[in-house]
Design a protein around this ligand. Structure first.
Ligand SMILES: Cc1cc2nc3c(=O)[nH]c(=O)nc-3n(C[C@H](O)[C@H](O)[C@H](O)COP(=O)(O)OP(=O)(O)OC[C@H]3O[C@@H](n4cnc5c(N)ncnc54)[C@H](O)[C@@H]3O)c2cc1C
Length: 530
């Protein structure tokens, strides 16, 4: 093994939504940082627009891409001719699942991670989710409250620029908005009609990060501007290097993607931002005599409580006269934060609904994203046999829906048409008949939908959990600053640290938690370590 001599103040693993923010915060705080990214650097000549296309690719293109090695990635609705290069090659990056429990794991490996595909809808979480046990009486309390996150939500929103309309909805707090997002006229009419006819249901515009045409994420550009950031792309991190006496990390080991050479880099602090399942995988693969079940494994909770949003989609037609051009790749215009707590129901938590109407084509679509109950048995472990293209044990994912999620899906199926009708939309009871009509279509449908009409777990692309935060070392892997109880110079700030999924799209909260953890590192931690 060839060992690099450099020692950094901090090592950040992964350059996507969380890693880009970790690099910014740590370098702006004065630390010398190396950012390790498993994927390639961006190829400005060949990579295309940052804004993901909605509508995706036809079946022939998907079959072709599947044959070329992206057989899981093609199940993502937003997979398209112009974005397919941002999704991983599933042959090089395999994973295994428990029998009968399909998990659709959609990933991006390049500088910027999945920021090249995401649709940029960024609702804040609230105490209804962060303090679910105390406020709602179901779910789990996080070791921090909404008030602890507000300054960091503010920083992220002000830096990126977020469109939104203040709406004073208790479980969807307003943020630092730069102005309202664009909505179609028929969406505005829908909003007015639903709020008038369904007093329990609040509708607002989506909260949307301003489109940034630069291929390098803004936080990475800001980090580079400090002169304190080194970026190593094509660096596939396999494990943490651990000092046997102190149990702390001394650095990380990585494999060079193109040469397969093993390298090491040393640092005083390691911040894992490789995405929820990947970060759990790295912690598990770092088992040693000091950490026999992996770093963070002493509690028995490492890899546990994996969640993904529970998704159900309905759609229908609108007249050509209601179609407005210029919206084709803009995602949803409206957002209905969870209203479930104001209704009788037989499942914990709730769901939010994204609504798109007349955006470039004569259709409406409502996508419900629901909170999945964090359950111990839904977990990530290391597959004992299968390895990826670089010889690293792959993740074995076991994640299924319980009766709670089935009840939530049944509620969505009943309620979405009621809301659509209240908003003046036409309901087509057979809207998915095309996908049901023959064996091939049914087979296709089963690749991403369960027989009860939900996205298969993973399909929401909102994975969280695996190294959850908590108030005690025996109930969690990390404390409220995303700091590992078992090795206090290891931090995990991506979705792995989530205690529960909430119903909100998770990325803004990942970014805010990253800023909070990194400011803690700069102010309270780095100065004490030699
Ligand atoms: C089509 C689509 C639409 C979406 N829309 C939204 C939305 O509207 N709102 C929302 O909140 N979320 C959305 N998401 C989800 C969002 O993209 C993710 O939540 C977010 O990117 C997760 O951030 P992350 O930093 O954890 O992971 P990523 O952004 O995936 O970044 C992880 C990085 O780590 C790198 N990495 C992984 N393993 C290793 C390793 N071993 N060594 C080194 N580097 C490694 C990867 O290459 C990658 O660059 C969407 C996702 C997709 C695909």
């Amino acid at each position: 093994m060839r060992r690099s001599e450099s020692t950094y103040d901090a090592i950040v693993v992964g350059s996507g939504a969380s890693g880009s923010w970790a690099a910014k915060e740590l370098t702006e705080g004065g630390l010398k940082v190396v950012l390790l990214e498993a994927g390639r650097n961006l190829d400005i000549a060949n990579d295309c627009p940052v804004d993901a296309e909605v509508g995706g690719m036809g079946i022939v293109g998907r079959v072709k891409s599947a044959i070329q090695g992206q057989h899981v990635q093609v199940r993502c609705g937003a997979f398209s001719e112009t974005t397919k290069q941002f999704y991983v090659n599933d042959r090089e990056n395999p994973y295994t699942t428990a029998p009968g429990k399909t998990f659709v794991w959609i990933r991006g490996r390049q500088l910027g991670g999945r920021l090249h595909m995401w649709l940029r809808h960024v609702p804040r979480m609230s105490n209804y989710e962060l303090k679910a046990a105390s406020v709602r009486g179901d779910g789990v309390d996080w070791p921090l409250a909404y008030e602890d996150l507000v300054p960091y939500y503010d920083i992220v929103e002000r830096t990126l620029g977020v469109y939104g309309k203040p709406a004073r909805i208790p479980n969807c707090p307003d943020g630092q908005f730069i102005g309202p997002p664009k909505t179609t006229k028929i969406e505005e009419a829908f909003l007015t009609n639903v709020e008038k006819r369904l007093p329990n249901v609040r509708v607002t515009s989506v909260r949307k990060v301003k489109c940034d045409d630069n291929m390098v994420p803004l936080p990475v550009r800001l980090a580079l501007a400090t002169g304190r950031l080194d970026i190593r792309t094509d660096a596939v991190v396999s494990r943490l290097l651990i000092d046997a006496r102190s149990g702390k990390a001394t650095g990380v080991e990585y494999i060079e993607r193109l040469t397969n050479n093993t390298q090491a880099v040393h640092g005083k602090v390691v911040v894992l931002c490789a995405s929820a399942i990947e970060s759990a995988r790295i912690l598990l693969n770092s088992a040693s005599t000091t950490h026999p079940s992996g770093v963070g494994g002493s509690s028995g909770h490492l890899g546990r409580y994996l969640c993904d949003h529970v998704v159900h989609i309905q759609n229908g037609k609108v007249s050509e006269g209601d179609v407005e051009p210029g919206f084709a790749s803009a995602g949803a215009g409206l957002y209905i934060p969870s209203f479930c707590e104001r209704e009788p129901k037989n499942f914990p938590g709730g769901y939010g609904i994204e609504v798109a109407i007349g955006r470039g084509s004569p259709v409406w679509a409502m996508g419900a994203f629901g909170e999945m109950r964090p359950r111990f048995e839904n977990h990530v472990s290391l597959d004992p046999i299968v390895k990826d293209a670089w010889g690293i044990p792959v993740a074995r994912i076991e994640c299924g829906h319980s009766q709670d999620e089935l009840n939530m899906i049944a509620h969505m199926k009943r309620t979405l048409p009621e809301i659509a009708a209240a908003g003046g939309l036409q309901i087509d009871k057979n809207s998915d008949r095309l996908l049901r009509r023959d064996i091939a279509s049914r087979l296709l449908r089963s690749l991403f939908l369960t027989d009860y009409g939900a996205f298969r777990p993973g399909g929401a692309i909102h994975e969280t959990g695996g190294a959850r935060m908590g108030d005690k070392p025996d109930n969690s892997v990390l404390n409220s600053y995303c700091q590992c109880w078992d090795a206090d110079n290891v931090f995990v700030t991506d979705g792995a640290c989530f205690v529960s999924s909430g119903f909100q799209n998770p990325t803004l909260t990942m970014m805010a938690l990253t800023v909070r953890a990194c400011r803690f590192i700069v102010e309270d931690y780095a100065k004490h370590v030699s």
